[in-house]
Write a protein that binds this ligand. Structure first.
Ligand code: FPP
Length: 272
């Protein structure tokens, strides 16, 4: 259940923002491209990995706030298949941070009824990481609150390839489904979850970086200059307020434009 009262100190700037959020029109799924850890560290003359270390606090605050707001799904992009190109020590540190996070947060996730999922080819990671993930998946499998996805060793294109491969192998085994959007959605890593309504990217970059390519078809995109280690609930509330101010048309026309058609007899233009 949403716990808006625990989201902000009375009288704080966060409280002013959270009060403006319309609880009946929350995005069901928020996906975040966490970016800017390296720049955060550089601006403090620290090694890049210190940016990732500082980013863990932002992850904690975001997961807690998203669950308290009552979001259905939160997805964080933690490690892409392309990230293997980074220096070995950086990859090693990231894997250790992830392992530590998954182990340390296990109890808190269960207590807060948060269901943990991992998107990507995570079974190819080091066995010590796989083991911590499996334990947390098992511990949270009965949780009924927010679903919290971490995208790990993830690529949107690989996800579509993996879905096609599983469809073909099911066909070969006699489990045949029509090839349509519903079937493809069911074979993706996010099977059963709502598609993201809101995609957030930190650090000002204007790219989707191979993230949830199928699922973000109609997502609203919100980009902040804030670097990930500094991202906090205030930024999440800002993003949700911006989302609630947008008009989503899914390729159609606005309700007003539709009404105009009937009043004036002129056709509304289809928009994307
Ligand atoms: C992008 O910043 C960030 C990442 C590739 C990793 C994100 C990882 C964390 C926040 C830490 C661990 C995560 C969890 C879920 C516990 P960048 O390094 O590309 O930044 P830059 O563009 O400024 O160099």
């Amino acid at each position: 259940m949403a716990e808006f009262s625990k989201l902000a100190e009375p009288g704080s700037p966060e409280e002013l923002l959270v009060r403006r959020i319309d609880r009946t029109r929350l995005p069901r799924h928020v996906a975040i491209i966490m970016d800017g850890n390296g720049r955060w560290a550089k601006s403090r003359s620290l090694p890049r990995v210190e940016g990732h270390r500082a980013g863990v606090a932002a992850v904690r605050d975001t997961v807690e706030s998203a669950a308290r707001l009552g979001l259905e799904v939160l997805t964080l992009y933690a490690f892409s298949v392309e990230n293997w190109k980074r220096p070995r020590f950086e990859v090693w540190t990231l894997m250790n941070l992830l392992k530590e996070y998954v182990r340390k947060e296990r109890e808190a996730l269960v207590e807060n009824d948060i269901r943990f999922n991992v998107l990507g080819r995570w079974r190819e990671l080091d066995p010590s990481v796989v083991k911590e993930i499996e334990t947390t998946l098992e511990a949270t499998k009965g949780c009924q609150g927010m679903s919290f996805n971490i995208a790990l060793n993830y690529s949107g294109r690989c996800e579509i390839v993996d879905a096609c491969r599983r469809i073909v192998s099911d066909w070969a085994a006699g489990k045949r489904a029509d090839i349509d959007e519903e079937t493809i959605g069911r074979y993706l890593y996010t099977s059963g979850q709502a598609d993201p309504d809101l995609l957030i990217r930190t650090s000002g970059e204007l790219r989707v970086s191979n993230f949830l390519l199928w699922q973000i078809a109609y997502a609203e995109i919100w980009v902040t200059q804030t670097l990930w280690p500094e991202f906090r609930r205030k930024d999440l509330f800002d993003a949700i307020l911006a989302f609630q101010g947008r008009e989503r048309r899914y390729g159609g026309v606005t309700q007003t434009e539709n009404a105009d058609f009937f009043h004036s007899g002129q056709s509304g233009q289809s928009r994307h």
